[in-house]
Design a binder for this molecule. Structure first.
Ligand code: XIL
Length: 323
């Protein structure tokens, strides 16, 4: 392959998808951002625009401006579009806090939300993270507003409601379940239970926020394989690679590159065909602005640096695609 090949052409040539989480403001205001997004990636997901908070200014209204901008950009440039996310306990609207709902009201509200949002993008969005982060770190069901008011049934309901209105593949998505561990065991049991109950679930999304702790790629491959053996697809949905600030390796750029390459290779080997990175370039990473993450982790976790130059991590991914 010639040096002019982009990540996107390398991915296309190996029937693989490399994606990035997208910020609609950057898309509108920064031509380099837009150019990098469309020439280097063949998959995208709105980083925040499809979450309930941004979408629902009030209980009865929707604001689809930002979400449409990102989804339409993906469709226009022939990209695979991941929708993120229909049911999550974080980034709910501010007004939600003060709402004194009954269980029935909440169930109706959530059903309408899923129907409206997933239905709007019926044939434009290729895969939806229907439920995000429903499992706690110790493997128990996470105690969220949804679980609290609706019980475990909300999971099956959400997938069924989504299935009524969209052609997209339907995913369960979570963090910290990338390799074989207590949490991924719990996710495995949960999705196996959903399948046994005939719930329309197509895949599992492994977020792969490798922040400080980097899972063993062999264990990731083994994990991908066991979900594949259940008949599910697996995608890496939110990858970024950082180090604890007080435990940075001697060659962080090279180690980051190696890990990216190893994960893409492990993923391909085990039958996963999509890796989405959580941002286009280092300047847009959530790690620099989210809570105290900026103090805890190195803030350059992506494939392009602040000036949109390709990093060793870029070559690591490309190399794994061309192998
Ligand atoms: C993050 C975004 O990147 C931030 O901009 C936002 O402030 C918080 O959420 N798991 C997920 C993503 O599923 O939606 C989160 O995205 C990162 C962790």
């Amino acid at each position: 392959m010639s040096d002019e090949a982009t990540l996107r052409t390398a991915a296309d040539a190996s029937d693989f998808r490399i994606g990035a989480a997208i910020d609609p403001d950057a898309l509108r205001s920064d031509p380099s951002y837009l150019r990098t997004a469309k020439s280097e990636f063949n998959a995208i997901t709105p980083e925040n625009a499809l979450k309930m908070g941004p979408l629902r200014p009030s209980r009865d209204t929707y604001d689809f401006g930002d979400a449409d901008a990102v989804v339409d950009f993906g469709v226009e440039h022939d990209m695979y579009v991941r929708g993120h996310t229909l049911v999550w306990h974080n980034q709910k609207p501010d007004w939600f806090q003060a709402w004194d709902y009954t269980g029935d009201q909440l169930r109706t509200f959530l059903r309408d939300h899923v129907h409206t949002v997933a239905g709007r993008y019926r044939s434009k969005i290729d895969a939806w993270d229907v439920v995000n982060e429903a499992v706690a770190d110790d493997g128990s069901m996470r105690d969220t507003v949804w679980y609290d008011a609706l019980g475990e049934e909300y999971l099956a309901d959400a997938f069924r409601w989504a299935n009524e209105v969209t052609d997209a593949d339907l995913y369960y998505n979570d963090y910290g379940a990338d390799g074989i561990n207590e949490k991924s065991d719990a996710v495995y049991d949960m999705v196996e239970g959903l399948l046994d109950d005939g719930v329309p679930i197509d895949g599992v999304g492994l977020q792969m926020h490798a922040l400080g702790d980097h899972p063993d790629p062999g264990s990731v491959a083994e994990n991908v394989r066991r979900f594949r053996d259940l008949g599910l697809d697996v995608q890496i949905t939110e990858m970024d690679v950082a180090f604890h600030v007080d435990d940075v390796s001697e060659n962080p750029d090279e180690d980051q590159a190696e890990f990216y390459g190893d994960v893409v290779a492990a993923c391909r080997d085990a039958g996963c065909d999509t890796v989405v990175t959580w941002g286009v370039h280092d300047a847009s990473t959530w790690l620099r602005s989210f809570r105290d993450f900026g103090e805890r982790f190195t803030g350059d976790p992506l494939l392009f640096d602040d000036r949109y130059d390709e990093k060793p991590a870029y070559d690591g991914v490309k190399g794994a695609l061309e192998d």
